[in-house]
Unconditional design. Structure first.
Lengths: 278, 217
């Protein structure tokens, strides 16, 4: 498979936060879910990818090219959206598009018209008149019309109702089939179970894990223990409930125990608890 | 460059930037500090910066397939375009006032600044100060424009007061001629004004590009 995005050793220091040695690889036609709790560094990482913020170190390569020196070429092939369209709220979509398309060499007007139709977008409307879902769809329509080969989306499903989220995820699946790579951050882990091929999990500014969804899920087991029963030493994280507690274990540590498979949300919640236990 | 200018005109700019071009007509007002008209042009441009910030123009531009400095370029091109339009209007009105109305009593006895090529040089210097102080100040953060505009207002009005006062200094009354007299001196002053405008704008632009590159959006 061809490499679309490779990030290695990415660093960004703020007074109260440090993005440290972030690295992952995304390949063509794959959907990567970028997960982590609020403030873990997801948005900082995504912004650093497109130089909206300046990394203090590390290397970012798109389509095998360094960002530095190939910025314009890379930007032509990448679509980025932070949620829905959040600019020029009082301008009509057709006016925004009329300006935007002037900057893209590969703008495909037919593809744009097809997207408008498929997403039921009315060009006469203004961003302020669109629902959150429609705002995301407009951003996607623009990205797809300049034939973006990589979509970087910061929490595109936040604020969407379940039906709109499902529609959007199906769009992602269709896009991936055509070879588009998608990197999207979210803390709604159920979205990823539906469509992600890969998971990159960031915690406190560090990449805790980056692997295929199946490998990620397969690496952990959940153990339910009643109140009063001691927590196994190998526990990665513990979440208390009324009847006892749930414990996250590494799959190899759960051998012989009545553990079950864990879903993404459980893994994330328990790994975040890890800090509290330390 | 053309696309950036279209982006400014169609999406980011405030209509006030265009409406305020009408203040160029202040050139015709006798007994009034007509250089204030050029200040209003700057105020009109300021409204576009306000409008752009409110509309998230920075992020939109930063995500276009352009280098980061394109945002800085777009603002300088837009500002220079509005200033050029205002300057052309003021030049046309000044020439009308000098050549067709210069002998009228109301301008002959005008105690305030008359419209001539010296006045146009003052206009260029005021625009240069705006580019140097306001634009340069805005791009230190890419976001805050209040303080840079206040600093420009103070500097701009000091310049207006000085320019108004100049022809009252002994031996400088010729600066205020309402007619096409001393054209050599008038043209030389205009050239100096133009050079200062270009220098202040270029100095400001270079500093803004350098500073904006380091800003996290």
């Amino acid at each position: 498979m061809s490499e679309v995005l490779k990030v290695s050793g990415l660093e960004k220091r703020y007074p109260a936060f440090h993005l440290e040695n972030v690295g992952f690889t995304l390949e063509k036609g794959r959907i990567m879910g970028f997960i982590g709790r609020n403030g873990a560094g997801k948005t900082t990482t995504l912004k650093a990818l497109l130089s909206l913020i300046h990394p203090d170190g590390g290397q970012i390569r798109f389509f095998g090219m360094d960002y530095e020196g190939s910025e314009r070429q890379i930007r032509q092939r990448v679509g980025f959206a932070s949620g829905g369209v959040n600019y020029y709220p009082r301008k009509k979509l057709k006016d925004i598009t009329a300006v935007t398309k002037r900057f893209y060499d590969s703008w495909d007007e037919d593809a744009y018209r097809a997207c408008l139709k498929a997403f039921a977008l009315d060009e006469e409307k203004k961003p302020m008149e669109l629902s959150e879902g429609m705002k995301v769809k407009y951003n996607l329509a623009v990205a797809l019309s300049h034939k973006a080969e990589l979509l970087i989306l910061d929490e595109p499903t936040s604020g969407l109702d379940p039906v709109s989220r499902d529609e959007l995820l199906e769009i992602f699946l269709d896009l991936a089939k055509t070879g588009t790579a998608i990197l999207f951050s979210t803390h709604i882990t159920s979205d990823l179970e539906k469509c992600a091929d890969d998971i990159t999990y960031i915690k406190d500014g560090k990449i805790r894990e980056s692997s295929s969804l199946n490998d990620f899920l397969g690496a952990y087991r959940m153990l339910e223990i009643p109140s009063g029963v001691p927590v196994p030493e190998a526990a990665l994280g513990v979440s208390r409930s009324r009847s006892g507690a749930s414990v996250l274990l590494k799959a190899e540590d759960a051998a012989g125990l009545p553990a079950r498979s864990a879903d993404l949300e459980e893994i994330m919640i328990h790994l975040e608890k890890e800090k509290e236990e330390e | 460059m053309k696309n950036l200018l279209i982006k400014e005109f169609r999406l980011a700019a405030s209509p006030l930037s265009y409406f305020f071009l009408a203040f160029s007509l202040m050139v015709f007002i006798p007994g009034y500090p007509i250089l204030v008209g050029a200040f209003f042009i700057c105020l009109g441009i300021f409204y576009s910066f306000q409008s752009g910030r409110e509309q998230n123009d920075t992020v939109y531009t930063a995500l276009l397939p352009l280098p980061k400095r394109a945002f800085v370029q777009s603002k300088y091109i837009f500002t220079a375009a509005v200033e050029a339009a205002a300057f052309l209007l003021m030049t046309a009105f000044t020439l009308v006032r000098m050549f067709a109305l210069g002998s009228s009593e109301v301008y002959q006895t005008n105690p305030m600044m008359n419209a001539n090529l010296f006045f146009l040089a003052y206009v260029l210097i005021l625009f240069g100060l705006f580019n140097l102080i306001f634009l340069g100040g805005f791009f230190r953060t890419g976001y805050y424009f209040g303080k840079p505009f206040i600093v420009f207002t103070v500097a701009g009005f000091l310049w207006i007061v000085l320019a108004e006062a100049l022809h009252h200094f002994p031996g400088l009354a010729w600066l205020n001629t309402p007619a096409p007299e001393n054209m050599g001196r008038q043209l030389a002053a205009l050239a100096v004004g133009l050079v200062l405008f270009v220098l202040m704008t270029l100095l400001s632009y270079r500093g803004s590009v350098k500073k904006f590159e380091t800003i996290d959006l």
